[in-house]
Design a binder for this molecule. Structure first.
Ligand code: XMP
Length: 512
């Protein structure tokens, strides 16, 4: 085990992720309970995270002294490096040389931390984010790397196996960072890299059982990967104490509702309430063309429907959600600032408070690609696990203007053909999200010898890492031509296809 002491950095989970990627199990413990955590876990290595705090203040958090006395290797990152230095007899100064963003570290000395990655005398890009810095080393330490703003960018006490870096090896902007962390856990701490998603699964199941006991759990399924993986994991842990509720709002893609129901009832035999609420949702949306009102109507009806079904089941003590780590960070940072609502996002948020239930969120520490790996581990089909994200309000926001059944049918057909072409061309996994949009505009065309007057279909495809920014996908024209031809030939109601070449920003990924 690697113990990660969390001093409150925004990216502590990324450290855990890098350790997992190196095939080693880790646990994050907040600094307040680090002493107990250290005694309980008896870790083979410790990593001290960054922090918004400053070691130059009296009250700032410290690492337990026991960690430095136990003959285990320690890696201090940013604040972690500073507190290690301060506690072992070095000096830290605040303020003057703030350094944020990209910087270059020059390697001054070989170290096991750099083995096979960075050679002596070379320079490497790293990511810095600090106000304070080390100005005098504790006894036993030496400098192994420098940067213009941090003369102690990387330090080591090789005898005691204590390492400190001012930069952040856990973020992707430090391109070799993952390898440095891998060196720390493998070469320096001597841990083997045999921990896998299978181990995560076992452990998550154990934790769910501990938490839930004999109580009942309700889980909302959206048709997406996250809630599906959470549900299957929960079912493995607690069997029929779990009931899933799938609110089918009639705004799913072609075949999607059937697939969810078939998979959960048929394949996994998980108790599932399938609420067919298309009439309710489409009725309420009738004539509504304002994007925010559409979103709010769908969100409100979803919560009401979910609540009513949960009440019919006689309630439950726990609500399970497929919350991922990025959802956690985003909701934290979004509540802080005066951010503007671009779109009212619809998910299951808001439910737990209204329903007075406790939460189980077994995926809370994972990132999207890790959830996919866990889904594969649990035997979910590839078509489910690898699928593009799909928004809660569904096709309603891909049908600008008022939504009708007729338009939804047309859109579903066009979307299915488009995705089929993408899969056949082997492009599905290279694209973050691809979908068709049905515009509320009709244009004139000619088919055979006749005049047509039908809808325009817009195709969208973007690349992205997190959905926050995106670029349009640069198809070759031949692909676009072929997809457009098939859509126009096969879908009644569409006689023109256009491709959306807007990035985000200034556009958003969805059209509403
Ligand atoms: P936008 O359109 O804001 O979308 O650029 C960014 C990502 O979020 C998805 N999206 C949603 N997901 N509920 C969701 O769960 C929503 O209300 C919602 N709206 C947009 C969108 O598909 C893209 O992946």
């Amino acid at each position: 085990t690697v113990l990660i002491v969390d001093f409150g950095s925004q990216v502590t989970q990324l450290i855990a992720r890098r350790v997992r990627e190196a095939g080693v199990y880790s646990e994050i413990v907040p600094f307040q309970s680090a002493e107990d955590g250290f005694a309980r876990l008896q870790p083979k290595a410790v990593i001290l995270s960054g922090s918004p705090a400053s070691t130059t203040e009296e009250t700032s958090p410290r690492a337990p002294q026991a960690i430095f006395d136990a003959d285990v290797p320690v890696l201090g990152i940013c604040y972690g490096q500073q507190t290690m230095c301060a506690q072992l007899g070095g000096r830290i100064e605040g303020g003057l040389h703030r350094e944020f963003g990209r910087a270059f570290v020059e390697v001054k000395r070989a170290s096991p931390l750099f083995d096979g990655v960075w050679a002596e005398g070379t320079r490497h890009q790293v990511w810095m984010s600090h106000g304070d810095r080390v100005t005098a080393l504790p006894p036993g330490f030496e400098i192994v790397g420098v940067s213009p703003g941090a003369p102690f960018a990387a330090i080591a006490d090789e005898a005691r196996r204590f390492y400190g870096v001012q930069f952040h090896p856990e973020v992707v902007h430090t391109p070799d960072g993952a390898k440095l962390i891998s060196n720390f856990v493998h070469r320096i701490a001597g841990l083997s890299g045999d921990w896998t998603m299978a181990a995560f699964r076992e452990q998550a199941i154990e934790e769910i059982r501990q938490k839930v006991g004999r109580n009942k759990v309700i889980c909302g399924l959206s048709g997406g990967v996250d809630s599906a993986v959470a549900a299957v994991l929960l079912h493995e842990a607690i069997g029929d104490q779990l009931t899933c509720i799938f609110v089918d709002h009639g705004l799913m893609r072609q075949g999607e509702a059937e697939e969810v129901v078939g998979l959960f009832r048929g394949h996994y035999n998980i108790p599932l309430v399938h609420v067919e609420a298309a009439d309710l949702f489409l009725g309420a949306l009738e004539g509504e063309s304002d994007p925010e009102k559409k979103r709010k109507t769908i969100g409100r009806l979803f919560v009401e429907t979910f609540e009513a079904e949960a009440a019919k089941l006689g309630g439950a003590e726990f609500l399970a959600q497929g919350t991922l780590y990025p959802d956690v960070i985003e909701s934290v940072s979004f509540t802080g600032g005066p951010s503007v609502t671009i779109k009212s996002h619809h998910n299951v948020g808001g439910l737990p408070e209204r329903m007075n239930m406790k939460l189980v969120e077994p995926l809370r520490e994972l990132f999207k690609d890790e959830v996919r790996a866990l889904g594969r581990e649990l035997g979910l089909p590839e078509s489910f696990v690898g699928r593009h994200p799909f928004p809660g309000p569904g096709l309603a926001i891909r049908c600008p203007g008022a939504v009708t059944r007729e338009k939804l049918d047309i859109l579903r057909q066009a979307d299915a053909i488009y995705l089929d072409e993408i899969r056949k061309a082997g492009l599905y996994d290279a694209i973050w999200q691809a979908f068709a949009v049905l515009l509320p505009v009709q244009t004139v065309g000619v088919m055979g010898d006749g005049r047509t007057y039908e809808y325009v279909c817009a195709l969208r495809a973007v690349t992205s890492v997190d959905g926050m920014t995106a670029d349009f996908y640069p198809y070759d024209m031949e692909f676009l031509g072929a997809a457009a031809t098939r859509i126009i030939n096969e879908v009644r109601g569409i006689n023109r296809v256009v491709y959306d070449v807007t990035s985000k920003p200034p556009g958003t990924i969805e059209w509403e």
